[in-house]
Design a protein around this ligand. Structure first.
Ligand code: HSE
Length: 427
């Protein structure tokens, strides 16, 4: 059987998983592709580091040129992380004719178009299924199975770290710092958790999902991003009393054919499937005009789930090599896109207030709501201490512009502070 040689750049969690799965499932993969896939070379940063995966027969080096100059290597898997170095290496590899598979969402969200163009020029494939929602095969599903449909919304829980933290806060009533510490101890959260907890990792994934679902190229600047680091345990409890779970949700939707993308804490009615996605799991809901709402659920990270997505890319490249069809974009859908106008983005909202507990406060809040023509849906007051109460409310649909006016007007009131304002997903 003909051999296809593979190089791997980076031997952390995902790289080790790729070595393991390729070894364990060699026969099945060969029977599907008609080729024997062999990992020839692995490039690592630290040659002395002990590895917990069997590397027998694999050339382990710390020199990128050992991949670039090896004419026998056709496919390179980049799982080293970092953006600048990975970009430079991938460009050099593409220019030397190697097909690239990467799990690097920061890189693809920022430089995906540029790299896809370079891949095309070199007649190479550039695939990155593992970059969004780890083990959930969502990108190729959108490319293949939604090709004929018109996607109107993609939303989901695309960050496992924050979903773990929110689940712990909600189920075990621990505060944010405790839940974060537990996520770090279990290895879900990095020592510097900023990218995850401030919603940036989820925003990168939404950029890639938007490109696939709507054919539109957007950047971080086009996304309204709020993380979970300021979510108060008390709001999770109050939302629960009203029948909602709070989770970090990314939403990309077409409104009058314009796009609106956001990442932030959102109240989800507890009978909706997204509300039941717990701990480090991810879920993506894709709504097509023809098919309606579909949901894809699974592990968003982890060695073998993410490596399985990398392997699906390796198999796709191999089939293209066999058929002589390399060099097409992962996603060919491309169209001009405009941002939705602030007035046309409407949601029900949850607003949480700290209010001095004295006569006339509800009247002041009602006056603000009335002045911007916003309407209450549910209201709940609980005691904070002898002097202060927390008033939480959900509203009927209103625009972001209305919400901003309400938050600004209430913040100007004496003795009333806005603690939080989050979108509410409709029932
Ligand atoms: N840090 C990500 C998460 C996993 O917590 O979901 C890799 O994308």
């Amino acid at each position: 059987m003909q051999v296809i040689n593979i190089g791997i750049l980076g031997l952390g969690t995902v790289g080790s998983g790729v070595v393991r799965i390729l070894r364990d499932h060699q026969n099945k993969i060969s029977s599907i592709t008609g080729r024997k896939l062999v990992i020839k070379t692995v490039v690592v940063h630290d040659l002395a580091k002990k590895r917990n995966v069997d590397l027998t027969g694999i050339n382990v080096t710390d020199k990128i040129d050992d991949l670039i100059n090896d004419k026998d290597i056709q496919i390179v898997v980049e799982v080293m992380g970092t953006v600048t170095t990975a970009k430079e290496y991938i460009e050099r590899l593409l220019n030397s004719g190697k097909h690239i598979i990467t799990a690097n969402k920061d890189l693809i969200a920022t430089y995906g178009s540029e790299l896809a163009e370079l891949a095309g020029k070199n007649d190479c494939d550039l695939f990155y299924e593992a970059s969004v929602a780890g083990g959930i095969p969502i990108l190729r599903t959108i490319v293949n199975s939604f090709a004929a449909d018109r996607i109107v919304e993609v939303k989901g829980i695309v960050n496992g770290t924050t979903n773990y933290i929110m689940t712990q806060m909600s189920q075990n009533h621990v505060d944010y710092q405790k839940a974060l510490k537990s996520a770090q101890e279990l290895g879900f959260a990095e020592p510097d958790p900023t990218n995850d907890v401030e919603g940036i990792d989820a925003a990168y994934k939404m950029i890639i999902l938007t490109q696939f679902a709507f054919g539109m190229n957007v950047t971080l600047d086009d996304i309204e991003v709020e993380g979970i680091s300021r979510v108060d345990l008390e709001d999770i409890k109050q939302a629960k009393k009203l029948g909602y779970n709070i989770k970090l949700v990314g939403i990309a939707k077409l409104i009058n054919d314009r796009i609106n993308i956001s990442v932030g804490p959102v109240l989800i009615p507890e009978d909706q499937p997204l509300a039941a996605v717990q701990n480090e799991n991810n879920a993506v809901l894709v709504t097509g005009a023809a098919v309606g709402e579909t949901m894809f659920y699974g592990p968003g990270a982890g060695e073998l789930p993410t490596a399985n997505s990398v392997l699906s890319d390796i198999i796709a490249v191999t089939k293209n090599i066999v058929l002589g069809t390399t060099g097409s974009r992962f996603n060919d859908f491309s169209r001009e896109g405009k941002q939705a106008l602030p007035d046309e983005v409407v949601y029900p909202y949850y607003i949480s207030l700290r209010v001095k507990d004295q006569p006339g406060q509800m009247l002041k809040i009602t006056e603000v709501m009335t002045s911007v023509k916003a309407s209450f849906h549910l209201i709940l007051q609980t005691e904070i201490d002898n002097d202060y109460a927390r008033i939480v409310m959900t509203t009927h649909e209103m625009s972001e512009a209305q919400l901003k006016e309400i938050v600004s007007a209430i913040s100007d009131l004496k003795d009333i502070d806005v603690i939080a304002s989050y979108k509410v997903l409709p029932d």
